[in-house]
Design a protein around this ligand. Sequence first.
Ligand code: CAP
Ligand code: MG
Length: 413
Amino acid sequence: MYNQYNFNYLKQKISANKYVLVDFYFESKLPFNDAAHAIAGESSIGTWTKIGGLTKKQYSLLAPKITKQNLSEKTVQIAYPLALFEFGNIPQFLSSIGGNIFSMKVVDQLRLLQIHFPNSYINSFPGPTHGIKGIRKLLKITNRPIIGSIVKPKVGFTAAEQADAAYQLWLNGVDVVKDDENLTSMSFNNFDQRATKMISNLKKAEQKTGLKKMAIINITAPYQEALRRAKLIKKLGGTCMMVDVVAMGMSAIQALRLEKLNLVMHGHRAGHSMFTRNEKHGMTMFAYAQLLRLAGIDQLHTGTIVGKMDGTKNEIQQIDTFLHSDYGKLKPVMPIASGGLHPALITDLVKYLGQDVIINFGGGIFGHPSGVAAGAQAAKAAVIAASHGQELSVAAKNNKHLAEALAYWSNKK
Ligand code: CAP
Ligand code: MG
């Protein structure tokens, strides 16, 4: 056996509130049970050879238990005693369960599928500051999807051009306007200037429309600078900071949450496919979303099913259901559908994902043949019609911009 210990616990019951249960898929040339032991050992107390050191008492406190295995599906469930983990510390959790085991030569493929945390562990994290209810309260939108836009081109506008584009969007029906993931503070678009101009235009747009709006400004940078940018947003009267969660890392997400700035934290997940996309290796987006909810993300990109990004219907619906569900004392997280969306896709999108979602259009507004204002009005009309169960072709009879968008993009459906 690769591992000196016997972790088999298949026929015995464990008390789930004392363990973190982790479901893995794996492929290995070792016999199934040996490979499962190698994974359980390397992620907790074991190594590749026999070692001494642990008293019986420590062993029984810390030894993982293999509680389920399915040879045909190549899955195993490992129960890790809570004592293996530091409460409130996601980096430590990842160093164990998302650590060395992914590099072992004896395991060819390994995928972390899902984590079952007990409430005591979940509640050691603050979770979202605002959550779904808080975001809806800030925007005063109760009964329809929230309409969002990403200013396009991704990068290239000056701070003033960016803020002017946002203003147009807000005036023409968009609720929340965000930066793109690769826009931070550039030679041609300085963060401080952009934040100042965006929030000033946000206030003007709110006055003009009588509606609440949100500017989602990307603070992604080394931590101290990201924090400075978040504080600037707060000082200027903004309500939301955007973080690229993969690039910034769990430590930064947790730390920003613990600053108690009371800003909505928008999680852009650019790069997650580096570890979530291969169906046999890495971790699922579902497991990653579990960790981000603990860390304190308020709204998170989860995919569209119908748009340009990879992600199956089952997977995206599973993530969205989880984000809405009870999870210890942590608030629900608002899912964001984004990537390749345009009006013709919205009926299906709402059918799959429901009303409690932010629907984001970048190219699907900025690429409208009659311009940005027309694109925003078409997007809004599509979302409102779909959320009332109205056929888009019917809604388009009273909205020439929607009619034009449907005609323009219908062959891209
Ligand atoms: C969408 C987007 C977002 C993606 C990210 C982009 O723009 O701004 O970054 O939605 O994917 O750059 O592609 P478009 P996901 O509307 O023009 O496609 O939400 O799946 O993480
Ligand atoms: Mg983007």
